[in-house]
Structure formats: C-alpha cells, structure tokens
Write a protein that binds this ligand. Structure first.
Ligand code: FAD
Length: 384
C-alpha cells in the first residue's frame, strides 16, 4: 500500500473514491464488450455528464465545475484504471483535447450551445487536426475553408480522428488563409452538416474501446458563426489547450503502467517455477522495483508540470518532458509486465496484453516523442 500522496487534498481524495466507484460499477464491467465492438456505448457520456465528470476545468456558467487541475488529474488517473486505455482516451478527447480551444476562443453563444452540451455529455466532440498528408506538421494542413457569404465552404479530409464516428460536433482545423500557421483557423462542424461524412472507421492495433475515423468534407457548408475566435488564430487557440492535453496523456500512460505493475506483482506472487514463486527470484523482484520507481518518477514530473500550470507559469519544457518520459516509460514498464507473465502475457485473457497494445499509441498521439524532444531542445536553448 503506497502512502497517501500529499499532492492531493482530502477533497481530491474524496473525489477519487467517487470516480473509482463509478469506474468499478459502470465502466469495468463493460470494457470487454466495448473493446470487442470497437467503440464505447455513447450513453456513458451522458452518464458522466450527469455526474459532473466532463467539465471539471470549465466555468460553472457552461455546466463545468471550475475545479483545479489536480481534480482533473484524479479523474484521468481513476478513469484509466478501467482495464483499457482506449475508452479513457475518448473521454480525455471530450474533456481536455477537443474542448479547451472552444473554452478558450469561443464566444458566449458558441460556449452556451457547444461547451454546455460537452460538459453535460449531450454532445460528443472530436478534434480534427491530422490529415492524410500532414500529422506532426500541423502548420501545413490542407483542408480548405473558403468564406462565401455567411458560410464557409469546407473541402478536405482528416485522418485518425478519435470519437470520429460518434461525434456530434467536430472542432476542425482548416486553412482560411495563406501558408503556415497564420493561415489556420478552427471551425465547429456539426456532424449533420450536408457534405460531412465519416469516410471509414479505421481498424487498429490497440485502443479498441475508442473509435478512430477518417472524416471527409465535400463542399460542406458551415455557418460563419461557427468560426472559433478570428480567422488565422486557430493555431494559437489549439496551443492554449496543449498543456492539459499532454498532461492527460501522462496520467493515462503512468496509470496504465501502474495497472500493469499491479498485475505483474499479483502474477509473480502466484506463479511458481523452480519450486518458488517467481517473485522470489531476485531478477523478477528487481524488475518490479525498477517498474515502481519509474512510475513514481513519471508522477513527480507530471505533478510538477501540473503545479506550474496551476500557477500560470509557462511550462512547455516541463510538460513536454513529462509527456515524453511518461509515455516512453509506460511502454517500457508494460513490456516488462508482459515479460513477467511469460507466455500468458501474450494471451488476450490477461490485461497486460491489451495494455501493451494500447500504450503503443502514447508516444505517437498528442505530439510524437520526436516532436517532444524537438520542443525540449528548443526550450533548452540548444537550437535557434
Ligand atoms: C489511435 C489514434 C488516435 C488519434 N486521434 C487523433 C485525434 O483525435 N485528432 C487528431 O487530429 N489526430 C489524431 N491522431 C493523429 C496523431 O496525432 C498523429 O498520428 C501524430 O500527430 C503523428 O502524425 P503522423 O501520424 O502523421 O506522423 P508524421 O508526422 O508523419 O511522423 C512520422 C514519423 O516522423 C517523425 N517526425 C515527424 N516530423 C519530425 C521532425 N521534425 N523531426 C523528427 N522526426 C519527425 C515522427 O515523430 C514519426 O516518428 C490519432 C492517431 C492515432 C493512431
């Protein structure tokens, strides 16, 4: 049993208990079914909205809780204990990836219509940045939005979009101006807009309880009033939400690793080889010690970055370091958990098999490890 973590107050811990009970009762029993179906049941978003889980960081005026970031960390950690990383990722897209730029750049009418519905779970939201030809290189995206009277005519396609088949509204990165990030804007596109379609639901290696889709915009006419902020400000609005986005990925990753560690300890105590439980072979015990130490280091990096966010201190460097370290560590730790399980770790009936596949995305999505290093190099002043 770990000692109480004093990064969190009694209030945070009470909230942790609430989320944990919810996950035990309403998520874990469903997760295998959702993994098989390739998507969660969308009614769960409404339920989480009723419980006040989807708007933790947002203003009360729009249905949020105005809670501090530590409350969000508690939520991310507990939702990630559900037995898969896919569904938690879909939830984090709703709460901390697709909606921060709406909260940041949206006007009152937009927030009243969309942010409220996101917080209540009545609308599922996706964020569509990546395209078939542009991923890390966001500033060069090609999906075009041309203003014609009171509507933008949108043409293009988006790739790998989480919640893509379920979303009621897609926060879409479009090009309204010239080349580079100054030409990029954000448009809220309702999924029932003529000209919008889900090209295909994508089959993937892991994160199966979360849907991923290619989205197509063909002469899709979007009301001008759905522009978030002003033309050319889309990139900056996206940046405003990046810290929370990356910290949520940190929490998903080290919690996935923590679950794998717990499974590995349980297994190592039960599995007997050479007349003793394998945990009594020092090599195995030392592997577990290393795993626990690395997870602890992940948490400290993430909590430190979160405390800077809380104080309003610029912390691109710390958040990028946390994202890099937590996601790479999760892959390393879960790999060892599979190893400790031997052949059973390769079998679908063991949770480490799923976590191993799920964690692989973490160093790719929300900014790859290479891009994190790129930012850290810049922040260290080692390059232009
Ligand atoms: C399951 C899943 C869910 C996703 N959900 C979403 C979503 O909801 N919304 C969304 O918009 N996107 C989403 N993505 C897309 C994800 O964010 C991108 O895959 C990611 O940003 C990388 O882009 P890319 O795949 O085009 O790779 P690329 O950018 O083409 O990169 C390919 C390789 O080159 C490296 N590389 C690229 N540029 C550099 C550089 N300058 N220096 C060094 N190395 C470099 C990368 O690190 C990577 O290893 C999702 C992806 C997956 C797989």
């Amino acid at each position: 049993m770990s000692p109480r973590d004093y990064f969190f107050s009694d209030e945070h811990e009470a909230f942790r208990e609430t989320v944990r009970r919810f996950v035990d009762k309403e998520i874990r029993p469903k997760i295998n079914e959702w993994e098989t179906n390739g998507c969660y049941d969308r009614a769960i978003f409404k339920r989480m909205g009723e419980l006040g889980f989807l708007g933790l960081g947002y203003p009360v005026e729009y249905g949020g809780q105005e809670a501090d970031i530590r409350m969000s960390i508690v939520f991310w950690e507990e939702i990630s204990r559900c037995g898969a990383m896919g569904f938690p990722m879909s939830v984090c897209v709703q709460t901390d990836m697709a909606s921060p730029s709406l909260a940041h750049a949206g006007n009152h009418a937009q927030k009243d219509k969309y942010l409220k519905a996101v917080c209540s779970g009545e609308k599922i939201i996706a964020v569509a940045i990546t395209e078939p030809n542009y991923g890390s290189d966001v500033a060069n995206i090609e999906t075009k939005a041309v203003l014609e009277g009171d509507y933008y005519r949108v043409n293009g396609s988006k790739m790998f979009i989480t919640n893509g088949t379920q979303a009621d509204v897609i926060n879409t990165v479009v090009r309204t101006g010239g080349p580079g990030y100054q030409g990029v804007s954000l448009l809220l596109i309702d999924a029932d807009t003529p000209g919008f379609s889900v090209g295909r639901k994508l089959e993937k290696m892991g994160m199966l309880s979360s849907d991923t889709a290619e989205l197509v915009f063909e002469d899709c006419m979007v009301p001008r009033e759905n522009l978030l902020g002003r033309e050319g400000e889309g990139f900056f609005a996206l940046m405003a939400g990046l810290e929370r986005e990356r910290l949520s990925v940190c929490a998903l990753s080290y919690t996935g690793a923590q679950v794998a560690l717990e499974e590995a300890i349980k297994y190592a105590k039960a599995r007997v080889q050479f007349n003793k439980p394998i945990i009594r072979h020092q090599v195995i015990a030392h592997m577990l010690a290393d795993m626990a130490t690395e997870i602890e280091a992940c948490k400290r990096l993430a909590y430190h970055a979160a405390s800077l966010v809380e104080k309003g201190i610029s912390c691109n460097r710390e958040v990028s370091m946390a994202k890099l370290y937590c996601t790479e560590t999760a892959n390393r730790v879960i790999d060892r958990a599979v190893q400790i399980h031997g052949g059973y770790g390769f079998m679908k009936e063991y949770i480490v098999e799923r976590l191993y596949r799920d964690a692989r995305l973490a160093t790719i999505g929300a900014g790859t490890s290479q891009i994190m290093r790129h930012i850290i190099v810049r922040e260290l002043g080692l390059r232009e």
